[in-house]
Design a protein around this ligand. Structure first.
Ligand code: FES
Length: 70
């Protein structure tokens, strides 16, 4: 599993940038809320928008992987 690759080419946001941004905010109850916050921190998906689904997928994957009491 490769952990670090560019997810958003427009803003040069990598997988680890998203993971870092997400780890600052552990208390989200929705992927959309997490996405908005990750977007504020990293500016991912503010260019062409083509990475939107990729970013959402990564966030939901990370949230599921890291939340222990779902
Ligand atoms: S690739 Fe992320 S906004 Fe264009």
């Amino acid at each position: 599993m490769q952990e670090n690759y560019t997810v958003c080419n427009c803003m040069q946001v990598s997988y680890s940038d998203i993971a870092d941004a997400l780890h600052q905010h552990q208390s989200f109850d929705s992927v959309i809320a997490a996405f908005e916050d990750v977007q504020k921190v990293t500016h991912c998906s503010t260019g062409c928008g083509g990475c939107h689904q990729k970013v959402l997928d990564i966030i939901s994957e990370l949230m599921m992987g890291s939340s222990k009491n779902v």
